[in-house]
Design a protein around this ligand. Structure first.
Ligand code: GAL
Length: 957
């Protein structure tokens, strides 16, 4: 089984932290990770594909291999993924041809990227000793714009073309697709474009994080198995993406709410429903979301791409949904019978359960093992329902529980009961309690872990041929001999019970205790190494915030892991006798328990790390919108003279004012409209596009005319401004317009959404024809020939400080004024740039995730945002833009910045742009850096990302 989670290296631009994520995924029992690469970030400048520094995948592949994680590569070229233009570079958007079509013009744009990335991925395939085992060409190509009879011959030809491109680049591993229409498109046998492994995508919990307890019902599946049998009978049922959380955007709610929408209960119900359909390739999107740093996101998302995923944006694993995944992934990993079993239809009221419960049998084909997936027929039900389950076993039919009482299904829960299950050569006749794992110990000993929710009654039975069960730890349970089996019967509570049945040790625990257990695979000979294999030896360990890896040398067990409190670590089972234990390289004295397991206690004392209060530091200031002062010289601005545009939106102006037509695609724009007054000017209107939640401000010469402060779902709008004074006839005037860019939209079926332009769409100046105004503009310095290859093509916008590179470390600030963004702010509508620096000195061995927090006065909901205090900030940390904050929209106020972007052993440079959209200026309502946890960690301290410093930029204006 491939049990994998999605993680995008480009959303954590510190290669040295990728191993940490892989280890956390592996520790949850996963075997794989699926990842996109982002064309738009790698080829911002046409023809120049950048694959070094934070963009290099070398360490990604090496770390996956080290952690023992197989990879599914998804290089696009289109990826969606809530990225700006779904990963299509800006320069590609301005071609005439339709994106993702067979047009040669479009196909040609992809060559360089596909051949470069194709080769990089090809070199990392398993056939060459690397971790890559599968590849997905394109992404959800099912929803290609404007086609009702999908897939047309051209669509098929296109898909086949993309596949050929990747094969030509050396890809030999199987191709998989992700059909979000679940229509069998491109399944094997469907002709041109067919893939080797047909896969589907599904997001049944949908995206309404604001109402996270409302479970939508219209996308829940009741029959994927039969659908799959029709669509792709010869390939395993593959789910290329299944909902692991959800994103959020401007003016919405924080993504913690998305973690509630897709929480541990949803995982139990909807994921187990997938196992009921016998999913054999299962990829959870996302397992770690990361950050939309440097403007890489699309218009619908803010800086956070936490996604409410099992691993938080700041790499922590405290969410219960992480632990629940660990239970599921580990169970499937030790249940090879599942892989050859066959799923049949689910029926309400079958197997003796009440009608409100649905049972889906997944029956062994070459084994006797059967799995019964039980949930409420109405899967959203909050009822707690008692039931008995009547099922066949090789010993005969049984009604569970046999001894007395009933099983119980809580609301929003689902269980997998098993019969005739193999514990490495020992038979389990049935168990109503769920299996976490089983492991082999020395000689013929085995440990089996069964769990249930507190208060539930459970039974497990074993053949009489085994010795009589003896309770050796914990409160009483009932042990009875029935016809030809031993039955254990117990009510789950928080005390562990341990039962010996000959060489088999059975642990009966409550779910929360199971959450504390870790199953660590021991390294094997190459080529398996750290990758998962059933044949591998495993160590079962209890305790600890996180256990990453284990190794046995002679009789010594070396554990690597993390703790956040004083922790007793219990080695419950190892394949050989263990006489000494080390944790993160230090030896600890062992105590033996009555069970024969070994424990060590690792002390945790708070490290007393000092983090500076950054709003109290000395800050330097430079005006960052000199455009609104008299005498500003915009000679080096781009003249907007193109009278034609390839854009599907027809021009409404004499020359194109679409920023994309001039190579500007990110951050923000400044437009300058020059005209000679004739005295008839009373007002002007502009139709401005910046993407959802965008804002703009308009000046006439030095006079502020007004701002659009933004609304969550408005991506462009018309703004009327009035001139309060008559203009002087014959005098030159300039309209200056600053526009925020929230990212391009993604591809949407039947639309050209992805090409929807940013910038000025249309305008009118009273008393003038449109021709009377000549426009100039700027975006990021250099446009597509962007200046900072290290931090990528999207990291900078149009503001003066950005154009000059002052957001980079060591700006030339000797002559700048002293001013503090919180205490002083900016005095009127405009933009100020503030910079400071400070040292961090985090002792090694401590993982201290940190966030920058705006609005420390703790306004938590959108209603409470001060809508009279309209300002926007960009946060630069050592030059990387790691936060776009909109005070009047939110929701995001806390911006995690990873170690490696932050220098944990030296100096850090912070840059802040403060754009006041109100006449009276703005002050930042609190700003600080806070540690989110102090974890004594076995992670490897990452090498910092490359942090080139400020250098004078030639011709910067
Ligand atoms: C899928 C898509 C992903 C991502 C996801 C929603 O349809 O393939 O790239 O956008 O939706 O988070």
């Amino acid at each position: 089984m491939i049990f994998s989670g999605e993680f995008h290296p480009f959303r954590l631009p510190v290669p040295g932290l990728w191993l940490d994520i892989f280890q956390k995924v592996k520790a949850a029992g996963f075997t794989g990770v699926s990842f996109y690469t982002n064309w738009g970030l790698l080829e911002g400048n046409p023809g120049q594909v950048v694959t070094d520094g934070v963009w290099s995948l070398e360490e990604f592949f090496a770390s996956a291999k080290e952690a023992g994680i197989y990879l599914i590569a998804r290089p696009g070229p289109y990826i969606n993924a809530e990225t700006s233009a779904g990963g299509i570079p800006g320069w590609v958007l301005r071609i005439k041809a339709q994106i993702r079509s067979m047009s040669e013009e479009y196909l040609n744009t992809t060559q360089k990227y596909v051949s470069t990335l194709g080769k990089i991925i090809a070199d990392a395939q398993i056939t060459k000793g690397g971790p890559v085992i599968l590849m997905q060409p394109e992404n959800e190509y099912t929803t290609w714009p404007g086609v009702t009879d999908f897939p047309s011959d051209t669509n098929k030809e296109y898909m086949a073309y993309v596949e050929r491109q990747f094969r030509d680049a050396g890809i030999v591993v199987p191709f998989m697709d992700n059909d979000n229409e679940i229509s069998g498109y491109f399944a094997p046998g469907t002709g041109p474009g067919e893939v080797d492994l047909y896969g589907i995508d599904s997001y049944p919990m949908r995206y309404d994080c604001a109402n996270p307890y409302v479970w939508p019902t219209y996308r829940f599946s009741h029959d994927w198995q039969s659908t799959h049998q029709k669509q792709s009978p010869r390939t395993p049922f593959a789910i290329a993406e299944f909902q692991g959380g959800s994103g959020e955007g401007w003016g919405g709610v924080n993504q913690d709410k998305c973690a509630i929408l897709v929480n541990e209960e949803a995982e139990r119900v909807v994921y187990k429903n997938n196992y009921a359909f016998h999913a054999a390739i299962f990829n959870i999107y996302m397992i770690y979301g990361g950050t939309n740093w440097g403007n890489l996101g699309y218009q619908g998302g803010d800086t956070s791409y936490d996604y409410g995923a099992a691993i938080t944006e700041d790499r922590q694993v405290w969410r219960e949904k992480y632990s629940e995944l660990k239970l599921q992934a580990n169970f499937l990993k030790v249940s090879p019978a599942y892989l050859t079993a066959k799923s049949t239809a689910s029926i309400n009221g079958s197997y003796g359960v009440p009608d409100s419960i649905s049972v889906t049998p997944v029956k062994g084909t070459d084994t006797n093992t059967n799995f019964y997936v039980v949930r409420h027929g109405d899967f959203t039900s909050l009822e707690s329902t008692l039931y008995k389950l009547t099922v066949p076993t090789i010993i005969g039919n049984v009604t569970i529980p046999q001894i007395h009482g009933s099983l119980r299904l809580n609301g929003r829960d689902s269980k997998i009961h098993v019969t005739d299950y193999d514990i490495g050569g020992v038979a389990l006749t049935y168990s109503s309690a769920e299996i976490f794992t089983w492991v082999k110990g020395p000689a013929s000993s085995r440990v089996l872990v069964l769990y249930g929710s507190e208060g539930e009654t459970h039974e497990a039975a074993f053949p009489l041929g085994l010795s009589k069960p003896i309770l050796i730890e914990g409160p009483d349970i009932i042990v009875e001999q029935h016809t030809s089996m031993w039955i254990l019967h117990w009510d789950v509570n928080s005390s562990r019970r341990v039962v010996h049945i000959g060489d088999l040790q059975v642990h009966l625990v409550w779910r929360n205790e199971a959450y504390n257990l870790w199953v660590l695979e021991l390294p094997a000979e190459n080529p398996i190494g750290n990758f998962t294999s059933m044949a591998k030896d495993r160590v079962l360990v209890g305790g600890g915030y996180l256990m990453r890896s284990a190794k046995i040398v002679g009789t010594k067990l070396d554990l690597i892991g993390d703790i956040n409190a004083t922790t007793t670590i219990e080695v419950i089972s190892a394949p050989t006798v263990i006489k000494s234990i080390s944790f993160n390289g230090l030896a600890y004295p062992i105590s033996k328990t009555n069970l024969g397991s070994s424990t060590i206690t690792v002390k945790y004392t708070s490290p007393g790390i000092k983090i500076p209060n950054i709003s109290e530091l000395e800050w330097k200031y430079v005006d960052s919108l000199p455009e609104i002062h008299s005498g500003f010289n915009d000679t080096l601005y781009t003249s907007l003279t193109r009278i034609e545009s390839n854009n599907p939106r027809n021009l409404s102006t004499p020359t194109s004012l679409y920023a994309m037509d001039y190579g500007y695609h990110t951050g923000s724009f400044i437009y300058r409209g020059h005209f000679i007054a004739n005295g008839h000017e009373k007002s002007a209107w502009l139709n401005i596009s910046g993407g959802n939640g965008y804002g703009h401000s308009i000046w006439l010469n030095q006079t502020f005319l007004g701002s659009w402060v933004g609304e969550a779902s408005i991506q462009n709008n018309v703004h009327n401004v009035k001139f309060s004074k008559e203009l002087e006839q014959g005098k030159p005037y300039v309209l200056t317009v600053l526009i925020d860019h929230m990212g391009y939209d993604e591809e949407a079926p039947g639309t050209d959404a992805i090409k929807f332009p940013r910038g000025i769409l249309n305008f009118d100046l009273s008393g003038h024809g449109q021709d009377d105004i000549t426009w100039k503009m700027t975006g990021n310095f250099g446009g597509e020939r962007y200046a900072d290859l290290t931090r990528g093509p999207l990291n900078e916008g149009s503001m003066y400080a950005e154009r000059q590179g002052y957001h980079l470390p060591s700006p030339p600030d000797e002559q700048w004024d002293l001013a503090n963004p919180v205490k002083d702010g900016v005095e009127k509508a405009g933009v100020g740039f503030f910079t400071t620096s400070f040292d961090l000195n985090i002792p090694t061995g401590w993982d201290v995730p940190m966030s920058f927090v705006f609005n420390t006065s703790n306004k938590s909901s959108v209603d409470e945002y001060n809508t009279n205090n309209n300002y926007r900030c960009q946060l630069f940390v050592n030059g990387y833009q790691f936060g776009k904050y909109v005070n009047n929209l939110g929701p995001q106020t806390s911006f995690p910045v990873p170690e490696g972007i932050l220098n944990y052993a030296g100096k850090n440079y912070i840059g802040l742009t403060l754009w006041a959209l109100d006449q009276n200026g703005a002050k930042i309502d609190g700003f600080n850096i806070v540690p989110n946890n102090f974890i004594l960690s076995g992670y490897q301290r990452p090498k910092p990302a490359p942090i080139p410093e400020w250098q004078q930029r030639q011709n910067a204006y």
